[in-house]
Design a protein around this ligand. Sequence first.
Ligand code: G3P
Ligand code: CA
Length: 297
Amino acid sequence: MRNYGGVTSSIGVSRSQPTQPGTPPLVVAHRGASGELPEHTLAAYDLALRQGADGLECDVRLTRDGKLICMHDRRIDRTSNGSGTVSAMTLDALRAHDYGSWHAEMASRQRAAAALGDPDVDNKNIERYAEPTSVLTLRELLTLVLDWDRPRTLFIETKHPVRYGALVEMKLIAELQRFGLAKRPPSATPPVVMMSFAPSAVFRIRRSAPNLPTVLLGENSRYLGYAPTTSGVPAAIGPSIEMLREHPKVVERARASGRATYVWTVDEKADVELCRDLGVRWIATNYPARTKRVFES
Ligand code: G3P
Ligand code: CA
């Protein structure tokens, strides 16, 4: 088993520890292998796992009938052939649309790159780029991760502000309880990490599921003095790569306070190397296969 930087105590409980500079970060597939297949689809997540991603990232939203689905935008217009607001639609209504065909443009770009001999293009995937596919529920994604033959971590981001407010985190906890994940003791490879840009959302999770690791995301340096902890498991910080380039010391500051760092969205080789050199624990990327390869060279 890979060393994830966890420390096991005498009673077998693992505590997160920040990563030391020079250690390759764990690679998290942002919305799945979304540089290659349509984001937030089962195919994109399955590809990321087959490419060896250490973790998967997803955004979750609540439907009108209280189901958690994986979707970044408030509306379905960009990533489907339909139109409408997720919070005003039932799961059945969302299922009436196709979430793969919008990616046809990506397929033609990839075909052109393959013709030019781009080693990062996997010909086998191109024909799948625009396959019809349904909306993905959190339940389906959790099942994929838990059924994988090696432990993998699902990073679940709740979006705010949203119509249903704190109900999103309540439903998330209920769903995790259904899988027996809400109260698990901390481990070196947690099956689930909760994230949000909203400190109140992170607080809600830490109050009701203190063992669940959390990441407080942020796009400016002001938030970094504030990453709530209510138990022995440190909350991690989640700056963007743009912010990290400007403020590389945030990683060291987080480390000094016992917190790990998660950086998004890291697609360029120089940025991947910067994260490694600084001791970032997790990097979220749209291209897990080529990002993993950086550490093999
Ligand atoms: O992984 C965190 C990152 O996904 C936050 O930005 O807009 O892609 O959800 P966004
Ligand atoms: Ca996200």
